[in-house]
Write a protein that binds this ligand. Structure first.
Ligand code: PXL
Length: 273
């Protein structure tokens, strides 16, 4: 039977991120993809000027009630960019609209490259941490991982012991599986580390020369779709990294605001069982 996933994140109308990535990517994986927009923005917040922002928190409870009245349940939840007052409404939806054995995938979108995204205050990581507690899969980048743990981000010069201590600390938040992205021990490699409470695994790809917006969303969406199609933790983590690389490689120079993940969708469907 086809699985139904609910993804909760913003609609950035233009910008190739969040829902405009998650919906096509997860659908391409053959998973029914339902959405709950956390906010509507004219564009994403990384480089466009005068973006509009409409916080949809007041809709959430009403939507939940309607879903309850229709008996709608989800096999999986995948959260991304959410607003500070949405943690409890989202936890309520995850409780009342979960099919048996429903999986929670949390991408704690809030920061990158050592800095919080515009619009999130210093109190946001503690709120986001509450959403992470009880997640089946947590997918932070190194900056988000540090902020979730109340630490200063360390982005270079670290070793395996540093990464592995961090994975264990993230696991201790109350998470079943951790996927830590943006790990690098050598200048020409970039990868991810996974931890399921027993085993730590790594997957590396050659580091690409450009840094791009929206790659975290391509990563998490591919991971979610692949996982629901039956791939293991490490298989889904590695496939998602490959699809991000493929998307970056398919993006022409000067296309600064996102990656052309659309061009990587054929490769994604080819790689699924
Ligand atoms: O890609 C993460 C993201 C999602 N949504 C919005 C953003 C960003 C990153 O900047 O601004 C609105």
């Amino acid at each position: 039977m086809t699985k139904r996933l609910l993804t909760i994140q913003d609609i950035s109308c233009v910008g190739q991120c969040s829902l405009t990535v998650a919906l096509p990517v997860i659908s391409a994986c053959g998973i029914e993809t339902a959405i709950l927009p956390s906010a509507v923005l004219s564009t994403h917040t990384a480089g466009f000027k005068n973006y509009t922002f409409c916080d949809l928190t007041p809709e959430m409870e009403k939507i939940q009630k309607s879903w309850e009245e229709n008996g709608i349940k989800f096999d999986a939840f995948y959260t991304g960019y959410v607003c500070p007052d949405q943690i409890d409404p989202i936890l309520n939806i995850m409780k009342s609209c979960a099919a048996e054995g429903a999986v929670r995938i949390v991408d704690p979108v809030m920061a990158d490259n050592g800095k919080m995204y515009p619009g999130f205050g210093p109190d946001f990581p503690a709120k986001m941490r509450r959403l992470c507690e009880g997640a089946d899969y947590l997918l932070p980048n190194l900056t988000e991982a540090a902020f979730l743990l109340g630490r200063e981000p360390v982005l270079e010069g670290y070793d395996r012991a540093f990464v592995e201590e961090m994975l264990r600390a993230l696991y201790d938040i109350g998470v079943k599986n951790v996927v830590l992205t943006g790990i690098s021990f050598e200048p020409d490699q970039l990868g991810v580390a996974t931890y399921d409470g027993k085993e730590i695994c790594y997957d590396f790809n050659p580091r690409l020369k450009v840094s791009s917006h929206g790659t975290g969303d391509v990563y998490a969406s591919t991971f979610a779709g692949a996982l629901l199609r039956g791939l293991s933790l490490l298989e889904a983590a590695a496939l998602a990294a490959d699809i991000v690389c493929e998307s970056i490689n398919a993006t022409p120079d000067g296309h600064w605001y996102g990656v052309c993940f659309e061009r990587a969708l054929p490769e994604l469907t080819k790689r699924l069982p």
